[in-house]
Design a protein around this ligand. Structure first.
Ligand code: P1T
Length: 385
C-alpha cells in the first residue's frame, strides 16, 4: 500500500497483503492450487519451491493477519488447534507452561493428553489476578498462555500486567484472541509476544472453513514456526486461505454489528426472568468491566448465561428457531451451544466444576441478523423452560 501514514484497520483488512494480482489486476487474491513450482535450474526459482513450505495465497493471508494484529508476520495452520499445537512444538521436554484455568476445552485436552507425554509441564491458574501468574512461575517456565475473554466464562485477564511479569522473568506471553478478533483487541500492542486465533471464528466469519494463525512479534518466532510448517506440515490449504482473506475484508463491518447486537442481547438476557446470571464484559456488574473498557475497544458478541439446570438448558436449546444449536462461534449466524456437553466435555465433570462451568450454562455467539428477530427467538425459547 502506498500511504504516508499507516492506513486504518478497515482499510488494512481489505488491502494489506491483498494488492491487485500483478499478472491480471484481479482484485481478489488468486487461489494457487498447486503442490509444486517449476524451477529454472538447480536452486533457481521464483521464491516458491513446494506448497507445504510456502504458497502465494497463504503468504498473502499471513501478511494480512500480521497487519491486523500489529505483528511482524504470521503463520497459518490447518485449524486453531494446529496453531496451538505449533506453539507447544516450539518448546522442549522439561519446559513448563503457565496457563489460564478457563480455556477452550480442546486446549487443555491437547496439552494434558498429548504434550505431557513428551515431557512438557502445565499449570492451570486463575489469571484474572496477575499476581497468580507471578506465583505460578517456576525455574523451568517458558511460556504463559491465556485466553481473554475466556471460553466460556468470559473472564478477562490484564494483558499488559501479565506481559510485564513475563518480560521481567524473560518468558513469552501467548494470547488466544479468538473471541475479540483484532478489531476489538490487539494483544501485541499491549505487550504480548504471540497471538493465536482460531480463524474458523470471527476472522473467517462465515462458518465455512477451519483455520488457525499464530501472529509473531519477532522474526525468530516466525522462523521457528515456518520450520514447523515445513517439518510437521499442518498448513492451511490455498482455498481455505482465500476464504479467510475474503472473510476478513468485512471484519470491521461485521464486528460493529456483532458488538451492537451483543450488547442488546446481553441486556435482554440480564433482565429476563428465566435467566439467573449473564457473563458479558459489557455489563456493568461484570467483575472486569473496567478492564474490558481499558483493554478492548468493544465488548463483542460472545455471551454466556445460566439457565439453572441441564433440563432447563435442553428445553431452551430445543426451542430455538433462528439461533442454531451447534459448536463454534463467530459466524454471521447466531450460534448457541452447551459448553458442558460440547466444547468443554473433555474437561470431565470435576474439571468443569472446579472452574464453574455448570450444566445449566448456555453460550451464545450473537450473529448479525436483525436483533429484534433474535430477541423474539430467545424470548420464546427461554419461556419454554
Ligand atoms: O476449532 P479450531 O479452529 O481448531 O479452534 C480451536 C479453538 C481455539 N481457541 C478458541 C478460543 C476456540 O474457541 C477454539 C474452538 N472453539 C470452538 C469450536 C467452540 O465452539 O468454542
Amino acid at each position: 500500500m502506498k500511504h504516508a501514514r499507516k492506513p486504518g484497520f478497515a482499510t488494512r483488512a481489505i488491502h494489506a497483503g491483498q494488492e491487485p494480482d500483478p499478472l491480471t489486476g484481479a482484485v481478489s487474491v488468486p487461489i494457487y492450487p498447486t503442490s509444486t513450482y517449476v524451477q529454472q535450474g538447480i536452486g533457481e526459482h521464483k521464491g516458491y519451491e513446494y506448497s507445504r513450505v510456502t504458497n502465494p495465497t497463504r503468504t498473502r493471508l499471513e501478511e494480512n493477519l500480521a497487519s491486523l494484529e500489529g505483528g511482524v508476520t504470521s503463520r497459518v495452520f490447518g485449524s486453531g488447534m494446529a496453531a496451538i499445537n505449533a506453539i507447544a512444538s516450539m518448546l522442549k521436554a522439561g519446559d513448563h507452561v503457565v496457563c489460564g484455568n478457563d480455556l477452550y476445552g480442546g486446549t487443555p485436552r491437547l496439552f494434558n493428553n498429548v504434550w505431557v507425554n513428551f515431557g512438557l509441564e502445565f499449570s492451570y491458574i486463575d489469571t484474572t489476578d496477575p499476581r497468580n501468574v507471578e506465583r505460578a512461575i517456576r525455574r523451568n517456565t517458558r511460556l504463559v498462555y491465556i485466553e481473554t475473554p475466556t471460553n466460556p466464562l468470559m473472564a478477562l485477564s490484564d494483558i499488559a500486567a501479565i506481559a510485564a511479569i513475563c518480560h521481567k522473568k524473560k518468558l513469552e506471553l501467548v494470547v488466544d484472541n479468538t473471541f475479540m478478533s483484532p478489531y476489538f483487541q490487539q494483544p501485541i500492542a499491549l505487550g504480548a509476544d504471540m497471538v493465536i486465533h482460531s480463524t474458523t471464528k470471527f476472522l473467517n466469519g462465515h462458518s465455512d472453513g477451519l483455520g488457525g494463525v499464530v501472529v509473531c512479534s519477532k522474526p525468530e518466532q516466525a522462523e521457528k514456526l515456518a520450520f514447523l510448517q515445513k517439518a510437521a506440515g499442518a498448513i492451511l490449504s490455498p482455498f481455505e486461505c482465500w476464504l479467510i482473506l475474503r472473510g476478513v475484508k468485512t471484519l470491521a463491518a461485521r464486528m460493529q454489528i456483532h458488538d451492537r447486537n451483543g450488547r442488546i442481547v446481553a441486556d435482554f438476557l440480564a433482565s429476563h426472568k428465566r435467566v439467573k446470571k449473564v457473563f458479558y464484559p459489557g455489563l456493568k456488574d461484570h467483575p472486569q468491566h473496567e478492564l474490558a473498557q481499558r483493554q478492548m475497544s468493544g465488548f463483542g458478541s460472545m455471551i454466556t448465561f445460566e439457565t439453572g439446570s441441564l433440563k432447563n438448558a435442553n428445553k431452551m436449546l430445543k426451542a430455538v428457531r433462528i439461533c442454531s444449536l451447534g459448536e463454534s462461534l463467530g459466524g454471521v449466524e447466531t450460534l448457541i451451544s452447551h459448553p458442558a456437553t460440547m466444547t468443554h466435555a473433555a474437561l470431565g465433570e470435576k474439571g468443569r466444576k472446579e472452574i464453574g462451568i455448570t450444566d445449566g450454562l448456555v453460550r451464545i455467539s450473537v450473529g448479525i441478523e436483525d436483533v429484534d428477530d433474535l430477541l423474539e427467538d430467545l424470548d420464546q425459547a427461554l419461556n419454554a423452560i
